[in-house]
Design a protein around this ligand. Structure first.
Ligand SMILES: Cc1ncc(COP(=O)(O)O)c(C=O)c1O
Length: 427
């Protein structure tokens, strides 16, 4: 078969990847060739609801025309200059994004992991140059069961053995504490003068959609202020309306989101964004901070050939416009509540599922089985047969994160598919 021909057999496409690609993922055996809004189609033409949204990257729905148009228009005009020169899109995007998220400055990168790395570097440099920590002594507090990406430094502070084993030696300078535990945080802060920052996910997505207790994030931010430590929010997965606000730490924004409290108390010192910052159309990530922090970064300290390229800038602006214009945060709140309440009704009648948890449209169900079991995988396979794609985060946890452009009717249709599928399993 010529590489120019369209693939029409899932089996063939899977065999190609299996033979020629590294085996660093374990995908569900479905081969997608088209997407539109909340739907994707496989190469045989079967239609599915996407209930993963590329791990919350496709919040604006597949191939959103405004985002695709911005991307293709820009692709025909200017794609890449590198940062050796200025381009006429980056400044506009930086102005737009910093005004949207209320920070002085943005540092553009491409992937989530790169943005996390960037935030860690900024935090360390701030610690040496502004806080006065002795060189090479800065430490950053992270949480158990975190997921911040796959680079060597990031996996150094992961506690997932599969992500870590045989990738050492690891990067020093991280202290791990229990998530959702303010006492543990203060314990470290008060006993160690070398703490530069606290890196946290507002909801732990990969760990299985763990929503911390009410007041945890604001409490952590207050402790960081008390001990002069930077509060670094990794909103790569939770950001861009996924959890019902523009950000899960949503602070003093002036967005049109009617659910936004407008309270500034959990504004991060450093904000990390990725995934849906491009609506899934292009790799776009960013780190935002105010001048007193971002000012430590000077020419030559950090960079990326592709970071801040004109296509990324055009796509980033269009993707944020869509979130605002289509009020996706409000939709996430309303559909999220509906989703959890419908599933809770079913859960009260079964022993198969223990609970549903989440915020906005970032949710998960906890299956009544061990973490090592294959039940969640088996359920995802059955969901696929029934026309809905989702993926386990653990043997007993399935994450549900559909595009935020979903309608109420579509959501109820999906709930019906999920319940019908769960009923196929014994409890
Ligand atoms: C919270 C969080 N941070 C960082 C990342 C890494 O992003 P990327 O896969 O784009 O490197 C992810 C990816 O799932 C994530 O969920």
């Amino acid at each position: 078969m010529s590489i120019l021909e369209n693939i029409t057999s899932s089996k063939y496409a899977i065999a190609l990847e299996d033979k020629h690609g590294a085996h660093n993922y374990h995908p569900l055996p479905v081969v997608l060739s088209r997407g539109e809004g909340v739907y994707v189609w496989d190469v045989e033409g079967k239609k599915y609801y996407d209930f993963l949204s590329a791990y919350s990257a496709v919040n604006q729905g597949h191939c959103h025309p405004k985002i695709v148009n911005a991307m293709t228009d820009q692709a025909k005009t200017l794609t890449l200059t590198s940062r050796a020169f200025y381009n006429d899109m980056l400044g506009k995007y930086e102005k737009y994004a910093t005004e949207t998220f209320h920070f002085d400055k943005l540092l553009p990168m491409n992937t989530g992991a790169e943005a996390v790395e960037t935030a860690l570097k900024i935090c360390r440099k701030w610690a040496y140059e502004e806080k006065g920590i002795a060189e090479n002594n800065a430490e950053i507090i992270v949480c158990e069961n975190n997921f911040h990406g796959r680079t060597t430094t990031i996996i150094s502070f992961s506690n997932d053995p599969v992500a870590r084993k045989n990738f050492g030696p690891y990067t020093d300078g991280f202290i791990k504490i229990e998530y959702d535990n303010l006492e543990a945080l203060e314990e470290v802060l008060k006993s160690n003068d070398n703490i530069a920052g606290f890196l946290v996910e507002p909801i732990q997505g990969e760990a299985g959609v763990y929503v911390p207790s009410e007041g945890y994030l604001s409490g952590a931010k207050a402790l960081c202020e008390k001990y002069n430590v930077l509060f670094i929010a990794d909103e790569v997965q939770t950001g861009i309306a996924r959890t019902g606000r523009l950000l899960a730490t949503c602070g003093n924004c002036s967005c049109s989101d009617k659910h936004c409290s407008g309270t500034p108390e959990i504004k991060p010192d450093i904000l990390i964004l990725g995934k849906a910052l491009s609506g899934g159309a292009y790799p776009v990530s960013a780190v935002l901070a105010n001048d007193n922090i971002m000012g430590v970064i000077r020419p030559g300290n950090h960079g990326s050939t592709f970071g801040g390229n004109p296509i990324a800038a055009a796509v980033g602006m269009a993707a944020l416009e869509v979130v605002k214009n289509e009020e996706l945060a409000n939709n996430a709140v309303e559909l999220g509540e509906l989703f959890r309440s419908e599933l809770n009704k079913f859960i009260s009648t079964t022993n198969l599922v223990n609970s549903v948890r989440g915020k906005g449209l970032l949710n998960a169900i906890l299956i009544n089985d061990s973490e090592e079991s294959s039940t969640a995988w088996d359920i995802c396979m059955a969901l696929k047969e029934n026309g809905l794609l989702a993926k386990p985060t653990h043997g007993n946890i399935i994450r549900f994160a559909p595009p935020l452009v979903m309608t109420k009717e579509q959501l109820l249709d999906c709930v019906a598919i999920i319940i019908k599928t769960l009923k196929e399993f014994k409890n």
